[in-house]
Design a protein around this ligand. Structure first.
Ligand SMILES: Nc1ncnc2c1ncn2[C@@H]1O[C@H](COP(=O)(O)OP(=O)(O)OP(=O)(O)O)[C@@H](O)[C@H]1O
Ligand SMILES: [Mg+2]
Length: 212
């Protein structure tokens, strides 16, 4: 495919949206044709599925949840990501297959092989050209954003977050073109590391070809 597919990954509040916007603006300034999107969601149908997934009152069982994520991904991949890549665009996506393996697999305990199979079906085998995983220490978790947690909830969630974080590390170690970035450092420093990785992977070459 002519375009390049960049995925930003990591636990809640690690800075994905912050970095995605900075990267989007940087690439626009460089003259690239760039699309910023996210999962779950990214198209009208997939955003409807997102609403179900993010509705706390609904009873959604773990396997149903997994299938909803994959349904959203299948729609998003076919309707938006693949066509944009065919047109030579750079697609930046917040969360993709690795989130499902980290959350539904490592943290919730669903079978990783099953998740891998479903990811392949939903993506039709599409793989990111670059996956950037932002990991921050747990001590920063409650201080980022406007969320407030009771001690009990925070303790219960900690095991989930630890499993997910370990899951991300395992996944990065066996995924091509995937990198861990320290999300504890400041926003600009992280942004510069992101740009360095894009350059190292020749993704910024697309900007120059658009410009000339
Ligand atoms: N490197 C950083 N250092 C300190 N604070 C940060 C950093 N990056 C982002 N933040 C702040 O942390 C909060 C969460 O950031 P952001 O929304 O980018 O994370 P996210 O990974 O997209 O979260 P979510 O998973 O909820 O979508 C925001 O208030 C943001 O301003
Ligand atoms: Mg976000």
């Amino acid at each position: 495919m002519k375009g390049k597919f960049i995925v930003l990954e990591g636990p809640d509040r690690c800075g994905k949206s912050t970095q995605a916007k900075l990267l989007y603006n940087y690439l626009l300034e460089q003259g690239a044709d760039v699309v910023l999107t996210r999962e779950p969601g990214g198209t009208p149908t997939a955003e409807k599925i997102r609403q179900i997934l993010l509705e706390p009152e609904l009873d959604v069982r773990p396997v149903a949840e997994l299938l909803l994520y994959e349904a959203s991904r299948a729609q998003h991949t076919q309707e938006k990501i693949i066509p944009a890549l065919h047109e030579g665009k750079i697609v930046i996506c917040e969360r993709y297959t690795m989130s499902t393996a980290a959350y539904q697999g490592y943290a919730r305990g669903l079978d990783l092989k099953m998740i891998e199979t479903l990811n392949k079906i939903a993506t039709t085998g599409l793989k990111p050209d670059l996956t950037l995983v932002f990991l921050m220490s747990d001590k920063y978790f409650s201080s980022r954003g406007e969320y407030l947690f009771s001690d009990r909830l925070e303790r219960e969630d900690k095991e989930f977050r630890d499993n997910m974080r370990q899951g991300y590390k395992n996944l990065v170690s066996r995924t091509e073109n995937a990198y861990l970035l320290d999300a504890d450092t400041d926003v600009d420093m992280i942004h510069h590391k992101v740009i360095d990785l894009l350059k190292a992977h020749h993704i910024t070459d697309l900007c120059l070809s658009v410009k000339s």
